[in-house]
Design a protein around this ligand. Sequence first.
Ligand SMILES: [Cu+2]
Length: 204
Amino acid sequence: MRRRPLKARVQVAAVTALVALTAVAASAAVVVSFSPGPTSTGSGSKDGAGPSRSGSLPASAPGTQHPSDSVVNISLTDSGGPMGEGNGMMHPGAMALSAEPATVRHGTVTFRVSNAGTVTHELVILPLAASQAVGARPFGADATIDETGSLGEASKSGGEGPGEGILPGASSRVTVTLAPGQYELVCNLMGHYVSGMYSKLTVN
Ligand SMILES: [Cu+2]
């Protein structure tokens, strides 16, 4: 469904593996600070440390916290698959993606994603322009939307980050750094966005 992002996923997986190896090799109690190496230059601005960096200099005085370490719980639901009515095609409104809370402070945000539905789902975090409304993105012939600019995704059953999709009853998670602004949280599996799997997240 999303051939292009697969490359990025492999890249991310490779980087993750590299980091893991590095961590093992280091074996000392040194904090491994993740700096996007040359391997991630292909993804352009996608992984670029956001403009929020200047606002979160390490010069935090004792007692002063980071901008935030927020948690957003995501629930992915559907009304039970294509058995209901019609044949195969999903009906608009048959699926949903809900975020709680819908507003968080900028900084590190962890998304805990639970698939409470009956088919595979996922979470993709996309920027949302101020003039843009959720659920209004154009979709292609394959009933998916453009994921350009994605800030991350949780689509690995029982794991973190990108994967092959979150199976029914399973969970996934992803931690990203979000600058103030608006974001659209979506499930971009074929036909799911148009069936209602989108939600707005406001970051202050
Ligand atoms: Cu979905």
